[in-house]
Design a binder for this molecule. Structure first.
Ligand SMILES: CC(C)(COP(=O)(O)OP(=O)(O)OC[C@H]1O[C@@H](n2cnc3c(N)ncnc32)[C@H](O)[C@@H]1OP(=O)(O)O)[C@@H](O)C(=O)NCCC(=O)NCCS
Length: 234
């Protein structure tokens, strides 16, 4: 893999909105964002000028949240900072995650569809893996594990820069933790991603040491520290 192939991970939102997620994008000039209910992330160019920030503000509306994800650009002074969260971007090694290959379709792991969205929203609200909205499922494949018919764990595909797929919304209900559910779901997604000749990557908050340890145990390595920032448009 060339350095340029990895460089797309420096702007994963913009690369997704311009490519695989073009059908889920709204744009004005060079500014872009996901459709409401899909994701809150916005994208601007590497060095946005005032006109581009004005376009993004018009695209999002007055006094609206502007989630820049890990983009390092700082908006004009009248954009109010709302949050700043340190984290890591992690990547799977070329060739996929190490260790035992998936033995085949796992009976416990099911693909989640439109009819599962209420349960997915409920699980995300209980476990807070990161932003999850009614249409987030449309970004990729979401897998789940049910115990006695109840959805207790899920994980799915989010950002899709060329050659890569981000694994996201990894969560397990508190009463079902420590049974390997999250590990199994991440492995299942990673196997699917690797099978289509892409590489898995993900993001984790630096303070989320449990999830960080889980991803390292699975074979992900830290590519770089990132800071997630959100603002409010003027
Ligand atoms: C992080 C999270 C997804 C882990 O879910 P989980 O299903 O408990 O994860 P796993 O069971 O696969 O692995 C977790 C731990 O259980 C252990 N474990 C795995 N299988 C086990 C088993 N059969 N018996 C006992 N322990 C087991 C693992 O060793 C792992 O321990 P370690 O990583 O601390 O060494 C869950 O805690 C969660 O939902 N947290 C809140 C949301 C969140 O932060 N998501 C991540 C966003 S990036």
């Amino acid at each position: 893999m060339l350095d340029s192939d990895v460089a797309v991970l420096d702007d994963p939102v913009g690369e997704s909105l311009r490519g695989r997620h073009g059908h889920l994008a709204r744009r004005l000039g060079r500014a872009a964002g996901y459709l409401p209910q899909v994701a809150t992330f916005s994208a601007v160019s590497a060095d946005p000028d005032p006109a581009e920030w004005a376009d993004l503000a018009r695209l999002l509306g007055r006094g609206e949240p502007a989630d820049l994800f890990s983009h390092p650009a700082t908006p004009p002074a009248d954009w109010k900072p709302v949050f700043s969260l340190d984290g890591f971007q992690m990547i799977a090694p070329a060739g996929g995650l190490p260790g035992r290959p998936e033995a085949g379709p796992d009976a416990e792991v099911v693909e989640l569809g439109a009819g599962d969205v209420p349960e997915m929203l409920d699980l995300a609200a209980r476990t807070r893996p990161g932003p999850f909205w009614p249409r987030t499922r449309e970004l990729g494949t979401y897998l789940g594990i049910r115990e006695n018919g109840v959805l207790v764990a899920m994980a799915g595909e989010r950002l899709r820069p060329p050659g890569w797929t981000e694994i996201s919304a990894v969560c397990t209900a508190p009463e079902a933790r420590g049974r390997g559910h999250a590990g199994r779901l991440v492995r299942a997604l990673a196997a699917r991603i690797t099978a289509r000749s892409e590489r898995p990557f993900l993001h984790v908050a630096a303070a989320n040491t449990g999830a960080l340890a889980l991803y390292e145990r699975l074979g992900f390595v830290i590519r770089k520290p990132v800071t997630f920032r959100g603002f409010r448009t003027p």
